[in-house]
Design a protein around this ligand. Structure first.
Ligand code: SF4
Ligand code: SF4
Ligand code: FES
Length: 255
């Protein structure tokens, strides 16, 4: 364990933990848009900047990206200094220029005193803040069906050649992780569509609900060697069956 100080509060943290998770566990709020606990940090949005110093630095401070900065023994952290807040305002002002209609960005900007961007408004507004979470989660599951394309204000996330991506398995992880909910998809008991590709759904043999795409089940079975029969039942029904078996075993033991 390491000991550090965050906004004057003494905190102990697991060695190797990143500063952002430690700051949040200590009860302080730092804005962050490109971070997810299931993914390696990337440091793209720069909103999670904080000031750090040490007693022996004689008052000198440096700004670090807290989602990528490992905790250190004796570190002194300040999350809301004037220069940190000013930098966050610039970041949010730029994001508001790119995504003027994105409710999350409007809200975060307003919380930092920005009602209207001071930069030139994107002529083609988008809700995509280019946080990279969607591409990273897709890489993480081993598919890599989408990527960042184009330059400047036209940069966006898209499948290769803007066509239905052959590798996409329709898992929806990209849409679920997107902080601005800007990846459109449709899903029903029979079909799902995302990135211009349509998928057949696999329905739970117990409750009949669609729970996974056929292609997704095939991918996991091939990748992890999970038997295809595992996907015949949804997670909720698996849990229910286990609970019933457990109840039977317990009543048998009591009887
Ligand atoms: S839905 Fe397709 S693009 Fe999105 S994470 Fe899953 S495989 Fe990747
Ligand atoms: S589509 Fe969503 S998750 Fe992907 S980069 Fe844009 S804002 Fe981030
Ligand atoms: S959350 Fe740290 S840089 Fe985006």
């Amino acid at each position: 364990m390491v000991s550090l100080t965050i906004n004057g509060k003494s905190v102990r943290a697991r060695e190797g933990a990143y500063l952002l998770e430690t700051i949040r566990s200590a009860g302080f709020d730092v804005p962050a848009l490109c971070n997810h606990e299931a993914l390696e940090p990337w440091g793209g949005c720069r909103l999670c900047l904080v000031d750090v110093t040490r007693a022996e630095w004689n008052g000198w401070k440096k700004m670090v990206v807290s989602c990528m900065f490992p905790v250190e023994d004796g570190l002194i952290v300040e999350t809301h200094t004037q220069r940190v807040e000013e930098t966050r305002r610039v970041v949010l002002d730029l994001l508001l220029a790119r995504c003027p209609d994105a409710p999350l960005i409007q809200k975060m900007a307003a919380e930092h005193g920005i009602e209207r961007t001071s930069y030139e408004r994107n002529p083609e507004p988008t809700d995509c803040i280019l946080c990279g979470l969607c591409t990273r989660v897709c890489d993480h599951i081993g598919v890599s069906a989408i990527s960042s394309v184009n330059r400047g204000s036209g940069r966006e996330i898209a499948p290769p050649f803007n066509e239905a991506p052959p590798d996409c398995i329709g898992c929806l992880a990209c849409a679920e992780v997107c902080p601005t909910n800007c990846i459109p998809y449709k899903t029903s008991d029979y079909k799902r569509s995302i990135w211009g590709k349509e998928f057949e759904m696999l329905r739970c043999k117990v409750c009949g609900k669609a729970h996974i795409t056929v292609m997704q089940a095939g991918y996991y079975a091939g990748k992890n060697g999970v038997p295809g029969s595992y996907f015949e039942t949804c997670d909720a029904c698996k849990r229910k069956v286990m609970a019933e078996q457990f109840a039977k075993l317990s009543s048998g033991a009591r009887g």
